[in-house]
Design a protein around this ligand. Sequence first.
Ligand code: NAP
Length: 455
Amino acid sequence: MPGQPPFRVAVVGSGPAGFYAAEALLASDTPVSVDVYDALPAPFGLVRYGVAPDHPKIKNIISRYEKTASHPSFAFFGNVTVGSDVSVDELRRFYDAVIFANGAQTDRHLGIPGEDLPGSYTATEFVAWYNGHPDYQNREFDLSHERAVVVGQGNVAVDVARILSKTVDELKNTDITARALEVLAESKVREVRMIGRRGPVQAAFTPPEMKELGEFADCDLVVDPADLELNDASRAELEVLKWREAQKNYDLLLAAAGREPAGKSRQLWIQFYRSPKELVGGERLDGVVLERNQLTGDAGKQKSRGTGATELVTCGALFRSVGYRGVALPGVPFDEKAGVIPNEAGRVLSEGKPLAGVYAAGWIKRGPSGIIGTNKPCSFETVKSFWEDAPTLPRCAEPSREAVIAFLKSRSVRVVGYDDWRRIDAAEVERGSAVGKPREKFVTIDEMLGVLQTR
Ligand code: NAP
């Protein structure tokens, strides 16, 4: 498109999907300027606020995003909430296209009585809290009871179970927040039960994460061999469908079931074929009623069905980790049932038809599944759709970065640019080095902006 001004694209969300979208856009020979928005002054979304603090290697992916951020046509618009500081309609005045990569910010519900009792928490809030997300720092987690239950068996449930089961010594040199370390140091939890509604072959966790659960300094992994019995369909899943990951998980679980507990001061139980029916308690949680399940259906499609047999498990804290869910943004189509923005290859659909210049990438496009790298092909597909559409897209009214900055200034929004973020980042790293951590995160927006007021 020779002779045309560069395309202007806004990416909403600076997590993996947002950064992969920016990377793909900037790799084009066609001139394009890319502004990546985030509600927080800090970029990287779930890499910063979701990845577990004791999994630092996963965060190395940030160096790839840094490379994207150093491209001359890239700008970071941190501390700007799309939907309140600037509406989607207003944003479109300044951009030819908007890519929503704002993730899945809330949890699925269990839909059972007692779910909201004090002491019943979502995994999202616990994870965001110990990772220093400013919106979750007022949360309190009561770890004064000996037993905690984690419902769900995905990798998020594993993260939660691991943080509850490790000693403070195992966590103190990570970027977990100082406050979370204090609370965990006082924790009275001695037994964590991670509960799955289906069986060991259907568990959603992955083998490396499962393996780690048997390697803690002061916590035994406990698996009841009776929980590892398989029906014909589950055996077929292993033997006929040859699910590699499931076989590895199953072998690890069999090995754990065959080991005698070493007498460590804590225990982590992994239990299968159980669903929470009701959370019980008066003013706060006292326990959870679990119903025993059996599996029905063909191999690869098995579902859990209650048998009617129940047991009461007393506990003081329960963490619901049954999957994330997207949140609707005002002015953007949303599929309430699926919790995603309806789209076709990333093109956002309104009443079944593509909305010109509006795209989605990452969890808000496809749902909350996959590892960080899964977002790369997902975002690349979306960007491919954008470039296919670009020649016929209506161009925006005010194609200028200065104009959008002036607009945000008129709304008294303090935009945090990428150089600003670098200063916040350096200050966190410096604070961390004083206490043997890779960084000590600032946990409020004011603290982060405070760094920018100093010379
Ligand atoms: P997930 O992998 O989808 O796991 C959700 C779990 O909740 C499953 O065990 C599911 O069981 C269970 N569940 C759903 N509804 C339930 C209900 N009503 N009652 C009881 N259990 C229920 O989700 P996630 O753990 O939130 O993880 C999201 C994505 O992030 C995943 O792709 C995950 O691998 C990824 N992640 C990766 C890492 C890592 O690589 N280290 C770390 C964290 C997250 P069913 O299978 O029976 O539905």
